[in-house]
Design a protein around this ligand. Sequence first.
Ligand SMILES: C[S@@+](CC[C@H](N)C(=O)[O-])C[C@H]1O[C@@H](n2cnc3c(N)ncnc32)[C@H](O)[C@@H]1O
Length: 299
Amino acid sequence: MHEQLEDFFRTVHSRTLNTLNKSYLLPVDHDEVQRSNIHHRLVQFVFAGRNYVGPVKEVLQFGQQRRVLDLGTGCGSWAIDIADEFPRAEVIAVDLAPIQPRFVPPNCTFELCDLDQWNIPYPDSHFDFIHARSLHIGIHDYPRFLLEIARLLRPGGLVLLVEPTLNPCPPPALQPTMPGWTALWDTYRACLRRQLIDVTVPERLPDLLMATAAFENITVRDGNIPVGFWPQDPHLLSAGQLQWMDYELFLPALRPLFLCNGLPPSTVDRLIQDAQHDLYHPSFPPSTLLHIAYASKCY
Ligand SMILES: C[S@@+](CC[C@H](N)C(=O)[O-])C[C@H]1O[C@@H](n2cnc3c(N)ncnc32)[C@H](O)[C@@H]1O
């Protein structure tokens, strides 16, 4: 029996969610696609206009068949950009929902897959480069997920992990706090913990890579990102604007997750409004952290 497009979507508390993994409660709708696009542009700023850090060009040498895998691709912008930059590489990008564009480079394919399962359905040593960005809240056992990445990579292949902190904009010492903002992120982390998601993954990417004993040359490139319109430097200002837009879309996207965790609607609305207030009127120049690590699979 053929699945219809609508079989992959369901409506939960007025937002569109995926059906493949019912514990992933962030939307997969137009606003979330837009947020994924903004996030992509933001990370490009952090990577000085590129789509990666690390020895990607060396790993994807021209003249040979090379394979790239993008895990939790979202709107697919990263996979499309990589396919354009490396036209001889075959780029496969997977997600829970078919929210990617239909017209894409010929070497780019989108597939549906729940990565929160035992086996990611590709052969051993199949890929040269694997990228997973802003995905860990959809993965219950991140150490096992890293072992799967190791299985899928050829020896010498490269993994690039990028995860935003789940504790953004902590107030500097002796500065006023942003109570609405803090309450929302505390609640978000509490809901994820209730769903048995490890909220410490972003800070521990290098340790987790090390613990697999499957990777070498583990390199950390964490990025500090301003939030909002306060930077004077034009480059930082652009990054701050993009991060601000990302968060502005993110706050209401948490509604289904909060409600499904049993929070009363009035509490959820208040949490989001108070966090929005702090985002619009911060009491100090806020900034946040992007955790970035890359490593090679051991020979
Ligand atoms: C916050 S978005 C990030 C999208 C993209 N990686 C980016 O950085 O712009 C997270 C994406 O991961 C996908 N995702 C979450 N859990 C997943 C899972 N278990 N299997 C496959 N995709 C998953 C979601 O559907 C969503 O599109």
